[in-house]
Design a protein around this ligand. Structure first.
Ligand SMILES: [Zn+2]
Length: 370
């Protein structure tokens, strides 16, 4: 089956009252791990590709990997979505690449950093809607400002969404879906208090009531599970080398120690206490489930997939230090992505819902938009 517009996946989710994960993908192992989870749980699937991922993979290559992986399971509905398009041009490029959904993030200007005003957002989103709907492609907008920065994207300032703004942006543009700022944030560091971020469930409920036609999207929704952060932190990577004076050195965590001159206890203490990443707390699954009850239909998760890959690779490097075949650590990374994605699909409630999705071609969808 060719890919489906994201809209039909979200329509089914709205009818069934569940959420669908949108999983960021950068390479073959992630694409396969996520697909394995979707097939095993019989979940509809949204692959999500950032501009950074497109650049990393030379554009058509990542698209071709996704198409090749999707072609192996023709019975499963799959949408391919551009995450955080920063301009109508970047959305156009994704549509030309064959994406079935694009995000025009007009909450920020084209630099991906400076907050934009309503007028800018509306015009950019409308331009993308006109272009995308003519081809049957789904459009996600954004209003309000999420905290955090990921892939260089984000203003670093948070401004929660005002529900009437969403209704207005919908009325003015006819976008299909909208990302709301309701307390989640991009990246691994969502909270500085050691407690989960405080979410504004009232915003989701209010938007769902005001504009039920809109599919609500939650960005920055990784759970940042403590077991993955702990796993990453338990594997140090230490470099050893000899300096010109013949002294033996150990270097790690930004420090360099001379084993033949420095205090041994100081070195050992430092290496033991150092952690690769600061302790962090994400969005608990219980909060996401409540958000889904209130109307969230698409849940973006990127960070958790990155953590899963990193923890798996470090684990192989540690346990089999003589291993140097990339398949021997990328294979376990692929399995770790599968495990993480399966958990997410179970949590969001999309399991056994692949069959709900109406199979519609982009061409047919373009007629429905008219
Ligand atoms: Zn985002």
């Amino acid at each position: 089956m060719p890919l489906v517009p994201m809209r039909v996946i979200l329509e089914a989710a709205e009818k069934g009252g569940y959420g669908v994960g949108a999983f960021n993908v950068n390479n073959m192992e992630q694409a396969q791990g996520i697909m394995k989870a979707a097939v095993e749980t019989n979940s509809p699937l949204i692959y999500q590709v950032s501009r950074g991922a497109l650049q990393y993979s030379n554009k058509t290559i990542l698209r071709d990997i996704i198409l090749a992986v999707s072609a192996q399971t023709p019975e499963l509905p799959v949408a391919v979505h551009l995450d955080h398009g920063n301009s109508p041009e970047s959305c156009k490029e994704a549509i030309e690449l064959g994406f079935t959904s694009v995000m025009m993030d007009g909450s920020l200007q084209a630099d991906g950093k400076t907050p934009a005003d309503y007028d800018y957002n509306m015009k950019a989103t409308k331009e993308v809607v006109d272009m995308a709907h003519a081809k049957g492609v789904t459009v996600e907008g954004e209003i309000g400002q999420l905290g955090g920065i990921e892939d260089g994207h984000g203003s670093g300032e948070e401004k929660v969404t005002d529900p009437p703004d969403v209704k207005k942006l919908f009325d003015d543009t006819k976008m299909d879906a909208c990302a709301l700022a309701w307390g989640t944030s991009h990246g691994a560091y969502k909270s500085t208090t050691g407690k989960p971020p405080v979410l504004r469930h009232d915003i989701i409920a209010e938007v769902h009531k005001l504009a039920p036609e809109i599919f609500i999207v939650s960005h920055g929704s990784s759970s940042v599970p403590a077991n993955l952060v702990d796993a990453v932190n338990s594997f140090g990577v230490i470099k050893k080398y000899k300096s010109e004076d013949g002294h033996r050195h150990l270097a790690g965590y930004g420090e360099d120690f001379d084993l033949d001159a420095d205090d041994a206890k100081k070195i050992v203490d430092f290496l033991y206490e150092s952690e690769r990443m600061p302790k962090s707390v994400g969005v608990p699954m219980a909060d996401l489930k409540k958000g889904i009850q209130n109307g969230v239909r698409k849940i973006n998760v990127d960070t958790d997939g990155r953590l899963a890959v990193t923890a798996a690779i470090l684990s192989v490097m540690q346990e089999k230090p003589s291993e140097f075949d990339p398949r021997k650590y990328l294979g376990p990374a692929r399995e770790a992505v599968y495990e993480f994605a399966k958990n997410a699909m179970q949590g969001f409630g999309s399991v056994e819902h692949a069959g709900d999705v109406e199979i519609v071609s982009l061409e047919e969808m373009s007629k429905r938009y008219k």
